[in-house]
Design a protein around this ligand. Structure first.
Ligand code: C5P
Length: 246
């Protein structure tokens, strides 16, 4: 299924212990220490650990260096508090910021209004259900219906509330597209060549994610832990390109 938004892109999740380690990783990827190795890495994701340690200055540095920065703070609080945080982050020049769609319509609308009032162009992305959550975990925290049903319900909620995109697993992409068409960008973590081995539960390969219509693939440990991350990136891209041409 085509995503309707053009060729899918990889977002590198900079889930490393320090800002220095993250910059070293980028240097290795973008400039390449291997002969001729250089990948078109444009999108980077900063999560709570790096943001807690390095803060706004680090993000501003990445933006200055030309990266499209995705700040993955998954804001989830009362509408007034989330609106305040969005306003405080709106001047950073982010490409995207995450909110937890479980916060409900009023929270999502307040966030979109705060972003618009600040004159910011950053995308707001609603997290549907974490890709580390399976049906058993979902039920254990009081979730009604299945994970897949909840993701579709939350996709509709995000589209209706004026949020720009949805974070979901590769497995729900087709159902999301059927529910909201091209109204939302889809940002997809849980990219694994084979299932199992860590905390991610609802996974698929990069090729399957693209075939199912993903716009952006979020990849952390498969790149960060790779012996040769440049090679891994190229393998991911090959898998994605093959899927695009099918
Ligand atoms: O290392 P891995 O490839 O699992 O990294 C996935 C990244 O995407 C992590 O930074 C994680 O916080 C983030 N994420 C996720 N599931 C979501 C939303 C974000 O795995 N639903």
């Amino acid at each position: 299924m085509s995503n309707g938004h053009g060729i899918a892109k990889i977002i590198a999740a900079l889930d490393l212990p320090t800002g220095e380690a993250a910059l070293r990783f980028l240097e290795k990827m973008v400039c390449g220490t291997n002969a001729g190795a250089c990948v078109p890495l444009e999108y980077v994701k900063v999560g709570p650990r790096l943001f807690a340690l390095e803060g706004r200055r680090f993000v501003e540095g990445l933006v200055r260096d030309g990266y499209k920065v995705f700040l993955d703070l998954k804001l989830h609080d009362i509408p007034n508090t989330v609106a305040g945080a969005v306003d405080a982050l709106a001047g950073l020049g982010l490409w995207a910021l995450t909110l937890h769609s479980g916060g409900g319509r009023e929270m999502l609308v307040a966030a979109a209004n705060a972003r618009d009032a600040a004159g910011s162009a950053m995308h707001l992305l609603g997290v549907s259900v974490l890709t580390s959550v399976d049906d058993a975990t979902w039920k254990s925290v009081g979730g009604g219906g299945s994970v897949a049903e909840t993701v579709v319900l939350r996709a509709r909620l995000c589209a209706d509330a004026g949020v720009d995109g949805l974070v979901c697993s590769p497995r729900e992409l087709e159902a999301v597209r059927q529910a909201v068409g091209g109204a939302l960008l889809t940002v997809v973590p849980g990219i694994r060549p084979v299932a199992g081995g860590d905390d991610q539960k609802r996974t698929a390969s990069a090729g399957i994610a693209v075939r199912n219509g993903a716009d952006y693939l979020v990849v952390g440990r498969p790149l960060l832990a790779a012996e040769d991350p440049v090679l891994t990136w190229k393998e991911l891209q090959r898998d994605m390109e093959e899927a695009e041409t099918r």
